[in-house]
Write a protein that binds this ligand. Structure first.
Ligand code: ADP
Ligand code: MG
Length: 700
């Protein structure tokens, strides 16, 4: 150690106490979030190499990673397609060839007949025998038994400029600090909890994972199934669970306006609708009603598959707030989706004599000022918009309810920010979050432990499932003919162009080209175009014309992914569906099948398809059940994508992997209960250990 090891815990001991970690390396390490000795200990190997024993050459198989030791029989330079140095090595049980493409004269001289070498590398099958290409090697004395490794050799995930040797060196030092002062990495999980869930102690788990004994199963480690790995994942998931519960408690300590409502407006809306609510909608409306009538802020997530009718459920909640003389705000992640809501709400609310405000980042100048004034003075009861609603100058007179649609695109932090819009001293508004991403239960418990969950698990009656076909784009002509036929029968169709690159401009260009091509090829049809670069009014006009049936074919980018509601549209073509995730395809396809006629979806892919893409498209063809699709999506893409948290950086774990460790989640719940009841003093330190700075706002 460079200095007297400090008396502090390893969580506050900077990496710079380790030998070999100067300012340059400290900076590199900070880049991947490694700042303390504890971080070094939690930086676990990706995989391991077995250098603990010497394998007899006769027992080698191609694909093994092995240490071999033998004597050089001959060495020669071959001038073939590539100049290479070949060295024949033998150990009595067999022989092997070392092959070097880059080598110096000195190197060649040292590899002469009679020299004993110990080598490590991956065994490959060569033209005449097994080979090691560019192995690590060093000369040894004949039969020298020393210096095989005592444990499996860890291979760490790294960053530019940090070599494996540096990592081994750092972890070695960190482990000896831990050895000297085990109390510097405290065990926060009580003994009875460890016993009950059969978890090893923290220090032992860490030591094991950095230096597994020779008999450790590499397979088990690679798959993350070793008890030592599960122990660490368990602790991390537990800390996460505790922090969400703390967040929830904090929210529940706040007061919220009681929005009991008279029921007058809600009755009027129900009378005016052309359909009765489904049983599931009624149940969820009832759950929300109870929440709003309490003086604690509602934090409720409504999950419902595409087309299950979440919008009208949210309208009922809004009316309850309005009946109680409070304002409501509804926020959607895209402008188009927000516009769609605006239209639904205006259609429902205008007959009730209620005005609906509209706010996006495009609203500027006088109109915006007028709206802001109306909101601040309480003259505008409901505002619909995008994240522009978060902006600082947006103030309400008495905001009672915030509704967020398609929650998976917003993070916890944004959720928190809208809450702050509640007027001073009058409590925080109630929150309703709606998502069409069905999340498997165990995952929901983890991702949304701070929310109550309602599920609309029933589609409105009379929906006919969309039939889906998967065909190559070589058959584009047939597909166009199909569009022509459908549209000549008074039906309407979408033609969706997907992202070519991470470039909106290119995507819009592709949609424009496709629209031009289709308009020429199908002269009898009125073809419209919507994409992200159109002005809001242009988009709205286009959508209106499509909705009113003036346009039969709408070419669109994936901006129509969510929320667009045109029941007469019964055919959807999706170009290059292989570029999209399952959840997105499911959302898109949910735009058709909303009316009484049978609808079709054509997934027109471009060959060749990867195995994974083939599997995704097959899932789409076989099912329209959002839960099955979500489960598959989770398997194929992982939870970060499914929950939409990859971009926000939430739900990213250091060690746990929600997919791999799903089976731990029920036990983690129990452990959280146990800790909160019996060991409340351990909760804070556990959360502090695992929850990153970005979530530090939780101050339970
Ligand atoms: P989503 O849950 O995907 O947001 P929407 O709220 O957009 O679904 O509803 C989809 C369509 O179903 C809309 O046209 C809506 O008017 C209609 N709808 C909603 N509830 C019912 C119901 N109970 N019976 C019939 N149609 C309904
Ligand atoms: Mg919706």
């Amino acid at each position: 150690m460079k200095q007297e090891s400090t008396r502090e815990g390893l969580d506050t001991t900077p990496v710079t106490v380790l030998k070999g970690v100067g300012p340059r390396n400290a900076e590199r390490l900070a880049g991947i979030g490694v700042q303390t000795v504890q971080d070094v200990l939690f930086h676990l190997p990706l995989r391991y190499q077995d250098r603990t024993r010497i394998t007899p050459m006769g027992a080698l198989r191609a694909g093994d990673q092995a240490v071999v030791e033998g004597v050089v029989e001959t060495a020669e330079i071959r001038i073939g397609r590539r100049r290479s140095l070949l060295v024949w090595l033998a150990d009595g049980s067999g022989g092997i060839v070392l092959r070097f493409f880059h080598f110096s004269a000195a190197q060649k001289a040292n590899l002469s007949r009679g020299v004993w070498l110990r080598c490590f590398g991956e065994i490959r099958s060569g033209p005449s025998s097994l080979e090691l290409v560019h192995p690590e090697y060093k000369p040894v004395a004949e039969g020298d038994p020393s210096e095989v490794e005592e444990s499996l050799t860890p291979i760490y995930p790294s960053t530019e400029g940090m070599h494996q040797l540096a990592w081994r060196n750092m972890t070695e030092q960190a482990l000896s600090l831990l050895q000297e002062r085990p109390e510097a990495l405290p065990e926060w999980l009580p003994d009875d909890l460890l016993r009950r869930f059969r978890l090893p102690e923290l220090g032992n788990a860490v030591r094991y994972l950095h230096r597994p004994p020779p008999d450790a199963s590499q397979q088990v480690l690679l798959e993350g199934r070793h008890p030592a790995q599960r122990r660490l994942a368990f602790e991390e998931l537990l800390a996460h669970q505790l922090s969400l519960r703390a967040l929830r408690l904090q929210q529940q300590r706040a007061t919220a306006p009681v929005l009991a409502g008279s029921g007058r407006l809600r009755r009027q809306l129900l009378q005016q609708l052309s359909f009765p609510l489904t049983g599931a909608q009624q149940r969820v409306v009832g759950e929300i009603e109870c929440d709003l009538a309490r003086d604690r802020p509602m934090m409720r997530l409504v999950q419902g598959d595409v087309g299950s009718g979440k919008t009208v459920v949210s309208a009922m909640a809004v009316l309850q707030a309005l009946e109680s003389e409070h304002q409501a705000a509804l926020m959607a992640p895209t402008e188009l989706l927000a516009e769609q809501h605006l239209q639904s709400f205006r259609a429902w609310f205008e007959p009730l004599g209620l005005e609906v405000g509209w706010l996006t980042s495009r609203h500027k100048g006088r109109a915006r000022q007028q709206l802001l004034a109306a909101l601040a003075e309480g003259r505008m009861p409901l505002v619909v918009g995008t994240h522009a609603l978060f902006q600082e100058d947006v103030a309400f007179h008495n905001l009672g309810l915030v509704i967020i649609d398609e929650q998976h695109r917003f993070g916890v932090h944004q959720r928190m920010a809208l809450r702050e819009k509640g007027a001073e001293g009058r409590g925080v508004p109630h929150q309703l979050i709606m998502t069409a991403t069905p999340i498997p239960r165990t995952l929901a418990m983890t991702a949304y432990a701070d929310l109550d969950v309602s599920v609309i698990d029933e589609l409105p009656p009379g929906r006919i499932p969309v039939s889906t076909v998967v065909i190559p784009d070589l058959r584009r002509d047939e597909v166009m003919e199909r569009v022509r036929v459908a549209c000549s029968q008074e039906r309407q169709a979408y033609w969706v162009c997907t992202l070519i690159e991470e470039s909106e401009v290119l995507q819009c260009q592709a949609a424009e080209d496709t629209a031009t091509m289709l308009a020429e090829a199908l002269p009898d049809l009125q073809v419209g175009l919507v994409h992200g670069r159109l002005k809001a009014v242009e988009k709205e006009q286009m959508m209106q014309r499509f909705k009113q049936g003036e346009l039969q074919l709408l070419v669109a980018t994936t901006v129509i992914e969510v929320g667009v509601d045109v029941p007469n549209a019964s055919l959807m073509i999706i170009e290059n569906p292989e570029r999209l995730g399952l959840a997105q395809l499911h959302q898109l396809r949910g735009r058709v099948g909303r009316g009484g006629t049978e609808s079709h979806c054509v997934l027109m892919y471009h060959q060749p398809l990867s195995g994974n893409a083939r599997e995704r498209l097959a899932v789409m063809r076989e099912t329209s059940d959002g839960f099955i699709i979500a489960q598959k999506d989770l398997e194929l893409r992982g939870p970060g994508e499914v929950l939409g948290t990859r971009q926000t950086g939430e739900m990213q774990f250091r060690i746990a992997d929600l997919m791999r460790d799903q089976s731990l989640l029920p036990e983690v719940q129990q452990a959280a209960d146990m800790l909160l009841q019996r060991y409340p003093e351990r909760v804070q330190p556990l959360m502090r250990r695992w929850i990153g700075a970005k979530e530090r706002y939780i101050n339970a």
